[in-house]
Ligand binder design. Structure first.
Ligand SMILES: Nc1ncnc2c1ncn2[C@@H]1O[C@H](COP(=O)(O)OP(=O)(O)O)[C@@H](O)[C@H]1O
Ligand SMILES: [Mg+2]
Length: 311
């Protein structure tokens, strides 16, 4: 009855309705907190605009689809992105926000953490732990379908992220808060060595890039992340307890991929025809390892700056 009244007349002005709405939002499937997932658009965006990342395309599509199909997920979706700079990690995390919420990345339910901004002092881990915990808890109370993006995990002081452990596991529904409907994305360059090594070996063996399988990399990334004191997950119970749904490797990009990045950005600027610029930017990147020079050391990161140089 209260629900009907709230919807019909009182909704915006009545604090009781605000509380009711929050409660409704946490236990209902049709939560009103701006959650409008469009899996098809997400898949299309990944397929069309993300180059050279068959593993990320497959895992992100599959895991998000599987997760959203569940009315009552038994645990939250926790993805951890790994790979060299400029390979598309931040870009894919934005795609997620863009296709899950009505107001995309500016949705108040997409929360982005940048360690250097939010947690700059390693000596304050104790305070940061408290802040992070109540921040996540508060946001989940507002909206069970919140998305939390932790970029640049390698700059997060060790010991901080473990405070999230109770949220990432199959915890029970606490009154007004269902911890298990949230999505967490961690991003770091940790693991790039093992990913890039595999990509180089694949190239040297003359195999297709698509032959690199997730199973070949998952364990190795998990181990590296756990043993590296600059991964944000150093000796973390989150890794020990296997609370990460999937580690997502981002492969290094070759010249061919870099040139696709250039072409796409040139077109966005209305200069689709400038193949000379595509060629010039592609040739101006640094490629490693030597010998071989298979992969761009900065992925597509420096592309806009170089286009400015040659256009
Ligand atoms: N695999 C990719 N496919 C298409 N564009 C890419 C890819 N990787 C990087 N880019 C381009 O380079 C920019 C920087 O990439 P970004 O996602 O910030 O890299 P990362 O977070 O892995 O360091 C992106 O905004 C995008 O324009
Ligand atoms: Mg990034």
């Amino acid at each position: 009855m209260l629900a009907v009244l709230c919807v019909l007349f009182l909704y915006f002005h009545n604090p009781v309705c605000g509380v009711f709405q929050k409660l409704y939002c946490t236990i209902s499937d049709s939560c009103d907190c701006d959650f409008k997932p469009n899996i098809r658009d997400l898949e299309w965006d990944l397929y069309k605009n993300l180059y050279g990342q068959h593993l990320a395309q497959d895992i992100v599509s599959e895991e998000v689809t599987r997760f959203l199909q569940k009315k009552n997920p038994e645990r939250p979706l926790v993805l951890s992105f790994h790979g060299s700079s400029g390979t598309g990690k931040t870009m894919v995390s934005s795609m997620l926000g863009n296709h899950l919420y009505g107001s995309a990345m500016s949705s108040p339910y997409v929360h982005q953490f940048v360690p250097t901004l939010h947690f700059p002092l390693p000596g304050r881990v104790k305070e940061y732990r408290e802040e992070l915990k109540s921040w996540v808890q508060g946001n989940l109370t507002e909206c069970a379908r919140s998305v939390f993006l932790f970029d640049e995990m390698e700059k997060l002081p060790p010991g901080l992220i473990d405070v999230l452990e109770p949220f990432l596991g199959p915890s029970h529904v606490v009154f007004r808060t269902n911890y298990r409907k949230a999505i967490y994305v961690f991003i770091s360059t940790t693991g790039e060595k093992v990913i890039n090594k595999m990509a180089v070996e694949n190239r040297q063996a003359g195999q297709d890039r698509e032959e690199i399988k997730l199973a070949d990399l998952q364990e190795a990334i998990a181990e590296t992340v756990y043993n590296s004191n600059t991964s944000g997950f150093f000796h973390s119970s989150i890794i020990q307890q296997k609370l990460i749904t999937s580690f997502v490797p981002f492969l290094p990009l070759s010249r061919h991929h870099v040139e696709r990045c250039v072409r796409s950005q040139l077109c966005q600027r209305g200069s689709c025809a400038r193949t000379d610029v595509v060629e010039a930017v592609g040739g101006d990147m640094i490629y490693t390892p030597s010998p071989g020079k298979y992969f761009s050391s900065t992925g597509c990161k420096a592309v806009p700056a170089k286009i400015n140089l040659f256009l």
